[in-house]
Design a protein around this ligand. Structure first.
Ligand SMILES: [Zn+2]
Length: 631
């Protein structure tokens, strides 16, 4: 048999060069690829297999917000995650041991194939510190970009607002030449002006450039809009009453041009185009990164904006983590109008698993719903924008469908009503889900288990009765607060509320100390306040305005409610992560977590209060990659 084969083989023509057996040829090709890779890698940087590096502080000023190792000298990053935190000496030892563990041939091959795996260690300046990536637990991304078109925050009088609006028109030839084009902006605050009360539509008519143009300027808290006479003409007949809002009228019953809360939706402003949305979005993202934010909880996006964000996520255009609360102004259940997305998109940066509901207005426009009338305006107790029954049904259905519910409550009535709703539903949930929960947690933990699962939030939790402050904590409701609101409102809050109610207002330390999970997520509510999270940090720890003053002097306004620096930093990192179900991934510099961190040029944990405000961000790192500045 074998002989036959040999004979057969002899009869075959000898293989020509083009007919080399397949296996030999394959081997040859592989060797060629291997050799050329080695050769090319000397000239072309190959993709980095493991982006690996460490950042160290010789003074040990890396504040981890990890209670096991609160301060370290070095952090190491592999890919998008933190791989090590600890001392510089231990890090050097680890790297040395690792280097010894592999032979020179392995090292040479790996460095050739995967290119630059060498572990770079950079040192921050001696004054600089590193903290976890900062989060804003309550902000408005798109409205901020929108407002930045025409910002009126710095205006100290009505005349200044008019001047700024004119300057905006002069700098936009398309608007200058087209009198029918809408002019929108925001940030005005009549409490900062010498004039008393709200401005008037007729104020725009005092200037020939502004007269006859459709202008809508939103108040700093976005709970009031001031429109021009032209807008009132376009609107025509107005309803006499608006549920959950109001149209301000003069003594003869004519609208003055001020629309409050739900009445604002009557103003026929043009819809945002895709191009505008992209500008608004990018503007806010870039600004936020430059201030060290790596995560934002957006407090209310419409289905249209959510679709826009979804597209941005798919295209990889979201440079930080966004935790979006869906919002639709409707008393009917709208859970089906928004998609549920977790770590969605090219970089996994978009999460939508919560909704925002609104109970009342804001304090600055006397819209916060109070249990008793305003001390400085006894004819009103504020505005309830939803009825307790509507809110109850919405919360119940959202919880049933697995959405986290976050409710805007400023006044003590709003907070009281919402706590009633949460309490009733938690107790109902206790009964309804007994079997399901009992399997995993056992008796006695039932109510707590539900709250931990649902993580209900009250956004602002601004003015509460003493009893409700306690109830918030007993129920385990997350109070999501904005420290700059305390320092912005402190000049008039006590006049509005009187000496007793003020004791339960902006009570951050009370809320934190009683919180069963010891959490108080901090936010800015930008564009109501600045995007810079360090202003919130400063306000939380100092209870002072940026010029170092307060109605109670330089010791701070109701300073007993100030947070410590460590508490404030945790509020802006780990607590915000908890409020968005991500405490195991984000919020502290802990091995295994995402490598989101910020380098600040000075030690905000130690410098005098006033120096906190001078802090500059050296670098903002998201997923281990520099998103702003330089390492
Ligand atoms: Zn808000």
């Amino acid at each position: 048999m074998s002989k036959d084969l040999e004979l057969e083989d002899l009869k075959k023509p000898s293989p020509s060069p083009s007919r080399i057996p397949q296996r030999t040829f394959l081997k040859f090709v592989l060797i060629c690829i291997f050799l050329s890779t080695l050769w090319i890698s000397n000239y072309i940087p190959l993709p980095i297999y493991h982006h690996e590096y460490s950042v160290c502080s010789e003074s040990g000023s890396i504040y981890t917000v990890d209670e096991v190792t609160p301060q370290v000298e070095c952090i190491s990053i592999v890919g998008s995650r933190i791989s090590y935190t600890g001392s510089s000496k231990e890090l050097q030892g680890r790297l040395y041991r690792r280097a010894q563990a592999v032979s020179w041939l392995q090292r040479w091959l790996v460095s050739r194939l995967f290119s630059r795996v060498s572990h770079k260690i950079s040192y921050v300046n001696s004054d600089a510190i590193i903290v976890p990536g900062l989060a804003d637990a309550h902000a408005h991304i798109m409205i901020n970009g929108f407002k930045m078109q025409l910002e009126l925050d710095s205006c100290k009088s009505l005349a200044e607002v008019l001047e700024q609006t004119k300057a905006y028109i002069y700098s936009h030839p398309d608007i200058y030449n087209n009198k029918s084009q809408w002019i929108e902006g925001g940030g005005w605050d009549q409490t900062k002006w010498p004039e008393t009360g709200f401005p008037h539509a007729a104020d725009f008519d005092t200037d020939p450039l502004l007269r006859g143009r459709p202008i809508a300027l939103h108040r700093v808290d976005a709970h009031a809009s001031w429109v021009s006479t032209r807008v009132l003409e376009i609107m025509g007949d107005l309803p006499t009453k608006v549920k959950g809002g109001s149209i301000v009228r003069d003594s003869s019953g004519n609208p003055t041009g001020i629309f409050l809360d739900n009445a604002m939706s009557l103003i026929p402003v043009p819809e945002w185009t895709d191009e505008q949305m992209t500008t608004f979005f990018d503007t806010t993202m870039n600004l936020a990164l430059s201030y060290g934010l790596t995560s934002i909880h957006d407090a209310g996006s419409s289905p249209k904006i959510i679709q826009f964000m979804k597209k941005q996520a798919e295209a990889g255009n979201i440079p930080m983590r966004l935790y979006i609360m869906g919002h639709v102004s409707s008393d009917e259940y709208w859970g089906s109008q928004i998609p549920r997305l977790i770590d969605y998109g090219k970089h996994g940066h978009l999460t939508i698993r919560s909704v925002k509901l609104v109970t009342d207005g804001a304090l600055g426009s006397w819209g916060a719903a109070l249990l008793e009338p305003y001390s400085d305006k006894p004819d009103t107790s504020g505005i309830m924008r939803s009825t307790p029954k509507t809110l109850f049904n919405l919360v119940k259905q959202f919880w049933k469908d697995g959405w986290q519910v976050n409710i805007h409550c400023i006044g003590d009535r709003a907070n009281h009503v919402v706590l009633d709703i949460y309490q009733e539903l938690i107790e109902m949930g206790h009964n309804e889900t007994t079997t399901m929960i009992a399997n995993t947690t056992g008796e006695g933990e039932l109510m707590k288990a539900n709250v931990t699962e649902w993580r209900p939030r009250i956004e602002h939790a601004q003015i509460m009765t003493m009893k409700d402050l306690r109830r918030t904590n007993e129920l385990g409701i997350i109070a999501s607060v904005q420290p700059t609101h305390a320092t912005s409102d402190m000049w008039y809050a006590e006049t509005r509320l009187g000496p007793n109610r003020i004791k339960g207002a902006y009570a951050y330390r009370t809320l934190l100390y009683g919180s069963p999970k010891h959490v108080i997520p901090l936010g800015s509510d930008f564009p109501v306040e600045s995007v810079n999270p360090l202003l919130g940090f400063y306000a939380a720890v100092s209870r002072l305005s940026v010029d170092g003053t307060s109605p109670h002097g330089d010791g701070g306004w109701y300073a007993s409610e100030a947070l410590t620096r460590a508490q404030a930093l945790k509020g802006m990192t780990l607590d915000a992560a908890y409020a968005s179900f991500t405490e195991h991934e984000l919020g502290s510099l802990t091995p295994g977590k995402k490598a989101d961190f910020v380098i600040l040029d000075r030690n905000i944990m130690q410098v005098p209060f006033k120096d906190i405000l001078k802090t500059k961000v050296v670098a903002t790192v998201v997923d281990g990659k520099v998103a702003y500045g330089a390492l």
